[in-house]
Design a protein around this ligand. Structure first.
Ligand SMILES: Cc1ncc(COP(=O)(O)O)c(C=O)c1O
Length: 396
């Protein structure tokens, strides 16, 4: 199909309107009602906090313009992208405001970045003078305008300037150099998001925001510049960041899908909406069920995948193309799994047999999505749409 936003194969599109059990496996699916309720819940939480913090959801999680556009329609201030290629895919899909929350370096990439700034309201994280000047030169040459968000290190020890002086210099340059403009500061506290102890996580995250505010204030004091964007936080820290007056937005991504890792992180109050649809391909012993999905459709760097408790099965092991499950009286019950279980596992006939479909829950939603070209969008058990994950693999 010629339309970039549509799935490329007419055959795959034919599943639209059919039950989810007709999806060819392994495949990635999202329950739309649950995902939308997660989006609504985050918006309501931020509103309730009353601190004026908005959301710039990270699209590294879904890599799908349709989902980014839904987030924008629900009031997101813009969308974060991890990489230039991902940002291009989002812009091609009509996303009007994108922050690339990483450095973009290299002559050709900077040309692409400048060109992209003519298609969408584009901002990029910068932490070095040369990078800023390279971006400005290419952008000015074609009449582009790239927003510069100075990335500062709040303790993550990844990208980000380490001193106020560097941040002030970059902000001044951004404000005074043709082709770019000064958009603000960001500092992602990634080292905090999985701290198991909730209060310890709060303390670490709050310290990170204080450091970020210190940079914002130094830029105001020494360069006279207002930071329109003061951006931080992820799905493990939104509950603290949402209450911090002074932040303009949080960059949470995973909250829309959830996974095993966030599902077992205290205080991350969202429901699992994402699953890999697999087929029981073999049941060679009463105690052994083998699926046709494995590490090539679900990543494992955050640990073992899970499944829905009502199947009465526990994931035992994973290999490239298989997951082995065994019957159990004590299945894993992720706190946010209830609705997915209710909708998909409870009504399934049991015991499962060869040929039956089963849902597996990824341990890391973002890298799992990156393995799939297609995302099946399901509502009330019926495939409502088939989306191309156009940002998938676009990490260059
Ligand atoms: C720059 C940045 N912002 C925000 C996030 C938060 O994403 P998530 O909510 O999926 O943890 C990440 C995660 O890697 C990130 O790298």
């Amino acid at each position: 199909m010629a339309d970039e936003k549509k799935c490329c194969s007419c055959e795959i599109q034919q599943v639209i309107g059919k039950p989810w059990t007709e999806i060819e496996t392994p495949a990635l699916m999202v329950d739309l009602d649950i995902m939308e309720s997660n989006m609504d819940k985050m918006m309501a939480f931020l509103k309730e906090c009353g601190a004026g913090v908005g959301i710039r959801p990270h699209a590294k999680t879904h890599k799908t313009p349709q989902i980014a556009n839904m987030q924008m329609a629900k009031g997101a201030l813009g969308i974060c992208a991890a990489k230039l290629g991902e940002a291009e895919a989002l812009a091609e899909g009509g996303v009007a405001d994108i922050l690339i929350a990483n450095q973009t370096v290299g002559a050709n990439k900077i040309k692409r970045l400048a060109a992209l700034s003519k298609k969408t309201n584009l901002k990029v994280a910068v932490d070095s003078k040369q990078n800023l000047l390279d971006i400005a030169r290419e952008s000015a040459a074609i009449g582009g305008n790239v927003g510069i968000v100075v990335e500062v290190d709040v303790g993550n020890k990844r990208g980000g300037v380490r001193t106020h002086e560097e941040a002030i210099e970059l902000a001044k340059l951004a404000a005074s150099t043709p082709g770019v403009w000064y958009a603000g500061v960001m500092g992602y506290e990634g080292f905090a998001v999985f701290i198991p102890d909730f209060e310890e996580r709060r303390a670490v995250a709050d310290r990170a925001y204080d450091i970020l505010f210190g940079y914002r204030d130094a830029i105001k004091e020494k360069a006279g510049l207002d930071s329109g964007i003061v951006s931080a936080a992820g799905s493990g820290t939104y509950m603290f960041a949402g209450k911090r007056k002074g932040l303009t937005d949080i960059q949470a991504g995973s909250y829309i899908f959830m996974d095993v890792r966030y599902g077992t992180t205290a205080g991350v109050d969202f429901l699992n909406s994402l699953a890999v649809v697999a087929t029981i391909a073999s049941h060679p012993e009463p105690e052994v069920y083998i699926t046709d999905a494995g590490q090539k459709s679900m990543t494992q760097e955050f640990g073992m995948v899970s499944t829905l408790p009502s199947y009465g099965l526990k994931v035992h092991s994973m290999s490239e193309e298989h997951v082995t499950l065994r019957p159990t009286d004590d299945p894993q019950r992720l706190p946010g799994i209830g609705l997915l279980d209710e909708k998909y596992a409870k009504p399934a006939k049991k015991p499962l047999e060869v040929g039956d479909k089963i849902l597996l829950v990824p341990s890391h939603c973002c890298t799992t999505v990156n393995l799939h070209d297609i995302l099946y969008a399901v509502r009330n058990g019926v495939v409502e749409d088939v989306w191309r994950v156009t940002g998938r693999g676009r990490f260059a």
